[in-house]
Write a protein that binds this ligand. Sequence first.
Ligand SMILES: Nc1nc2c(ncn2[C@@H]2O[C@H](COP(=O)(O)OP(=O)(O)OP(=O)(O)O)[C@@H](O)[C@H]2O)c(=O)[nH]1
Ligand SMILES: [Mg+2]
Length: 222
Amino acid sequence: MSQSELAKKLLPANEDIAAENRRLLEENGVVMVNLIGDAGSGKTTILRKILPLLKTRLNVAVIEGGTSEDTERVETEGVETVRIGSRGVCHLDAAMIREALRQLPLENIDIVFVENNGHLACAAESDLGNDMKIVVVSVTDGMDKPATCPAAFQNASAVLVTRIDLLPHGDFSLGAYIEQLVAINDVLKIFPLAALKEEGIAEFSSFLGRMVWKKRRNLSFF
Ligand SMILES: Nc1nc2c(ncn2[C@@H]2O[C@H](COP(=O)(O)OP(=O)(O)OP(=O)(O)O)[C@@H](O)[C@H]2O)c(=O)[nH]1
Ligand SMILES: [Mg+2]
């Protein structure tokens, strides 16, 4: 047996650790959101804009898979933040999240965001034990993401279509994009955002607040 085959037999699979994370979050009544998107799609900007709204009513934490600059940008919003050094990995895995969750006071937290890293196609496969996978796509990335990476949208709860402030400067059709998304997954929640201008941020934050409310009452999310 090769070393990698042996390691596969001995080490718990990602799905087992994800299930363990899910149990831990369940016990503590914490919602975990796995935020995925291509590099530079706008993940940290969105986090920075929703955190001030959410933290007025909820206890929020962030597990940051981005750079140390991203971690600082999130920390300035005054929420519990754990950084995962993820340089060189394709996406975060459940074991990394388990380590990060151990550093958080889960009994005092309502919602924890994971800023995943890597490419959308890569991160689309990752199960961290999260309640929701939320995909960030930018209008500057063109119209073909749903066609080239349908898996990312098939098992997502919501899609944030960001940089809509730039729509007048390109040939991106928001209506046609939404049609493609709905054809892949007709229960997707879709939020067009101009994060820098805070457009759509209140609506997305309210949606997250509702998800926490539902989890507290053991209601299904959708
Ligand atoms: N015009 C415009 N620019 C935006 C918007 N959101 C983010 N940006 C800009 O896009 C750039 C990248 O945004 P980030 O939030 O750092 O993206 P990210 O996905 O966290 O990037 P990585 O962590 O490096 O993968 C920054 O210069 C932002 O100012 C938006 O809604 N409109
Ligand atoms: Mg970032």
